[in-house]
Design a protein around this ligand. Structure first.
Ligand code: SF4
Length: 289
């Protein structure tokens, strides 16, 4: 793993494409992702972004944006004004191209510093909405900070749990166990934080009834997203270039088609009525009736 320190000009990126209807900005405390070597990295759409990878293998590098919090303080006022004028408010997706709580966060604390900056800024520089998207149970280490922030803005924590299977054939294991992530979600929910489990991308479930029952206990809502439509291509062509679809089909042949997602959505709706989101709408907090 090649780790380097870098500076970023403006840590608040105005969203386009898939993210545009979800938030006005995205924020990446790091560039690259050490979880790229784990299960979620196999189909991770960021690996197909040459601007991010610059030819490097996904999972082999991490750039630590050491000035991320300072950049937030310097640019939040301007970006908030722009977002409130041109978008539906100032909202931030943290993060869409990296993991905000990689193992290295313990040492560098970049995400923590950014959250502290948000808590400390004057009200007009605090986002109207913050969506914290993570694969890591380490998010619980900033639970107190998140509670402080939740008093200042609409805050949702999205924690990814893509399957109830500990392993898919031929693929690396996840960076943290399913049990660890369920426990983290339950802890956040218990702390009064709006907690959403994102089943994204949806991988074959061994026991969907039990899985969604467990989700309903540990979280306030669930979002299901299939790699078809969810990987930035309309047909899932990006993910089809990876090993993920073949591994999914080996376990459950139909799981690489959209019909599988729809069948799982119906089961999820029985366990979380009114609290099931699909794809982009789900990430934006728009749930099925
Ligand atoms: S944690 Fe997110 S950014 Fe990192 S490899 Fe997994 S899906 Fe990609």
């Amino acid at each position: 793993m090649e780790i380097s320190n870098t500076s970023v000009g403006n840590v608040l990126t105005r969203t386009s494409g898939y993210l545009r209807t979800i938030t006005s900005h995205s924020l990446q405390p790091y560039r690259g992702c050490p979880l790229g070597n784990s299960l979620c990295g196999v189909g991770c759409y960021v690996q197909h972004n040459p601007y991010v990878t610059q030819g490097r293998r996904w999972g082999s590098f991490l750039e630590v944006r050491t000035n991320a919090a300072d950049s937030y303080r310097a640019t939040a006022a301007r970006e908030a004004r722009w977002a409130r004028r041109h978008r539906e408010g100032f909202s931030i997706f943290l993060s869409s191209s990296t993991e905000p709580f990689p193992p290295q966060e313990k040492r560098y604390g970049i995400t923590r510093q950014v959250l502290e900056a948000m808590v400390e800024q004057p009200p007009e520089e605090v986002p109207d909405e913050l969506i914290l998207q993570t694969h890591s149970p380490r998010v619980t280490e900033v639970a107190e900070l998140l509670r402080a922030l939740a008093r200042r803005c609409r805050l949702r924590v999205h924690l990814s749990i893509e399957t109830d299977r500990p392993k898919l054939p031929g693929l690396p294991p996840p960076a943290s166990t399913i049990a660890q992530r369920f426990a983290a979600a339950a802890q956040l929910k218990e702390a009064g934080l709006a907690t959403v489990i994102t089943v994204a991308p949806l991988l074959p479930l061994e026991d969907p009834e039990s899985f969604f029952s467990r989700v309903a206990e540990a979280a306030d809502a669930v979002v299901l997203d299939h790699f078809i439509g969810g990987d930035g291509s309309s047909t899932g062509s990006r993910t089809r270039r990876t090993r993920l679809p073949a591994a999914m089909e080996e376990v459950q042949p139909a799981s690489s088609e959209l019909g599988y997602r729809d069948a799982m959505v119906r089961i999820a709706q029985r366990h979380l009525p009114g609290k099931v989101g699909v794809g982009i709408d789900g990430f934006a907090g728009r749930f099925l009736a």
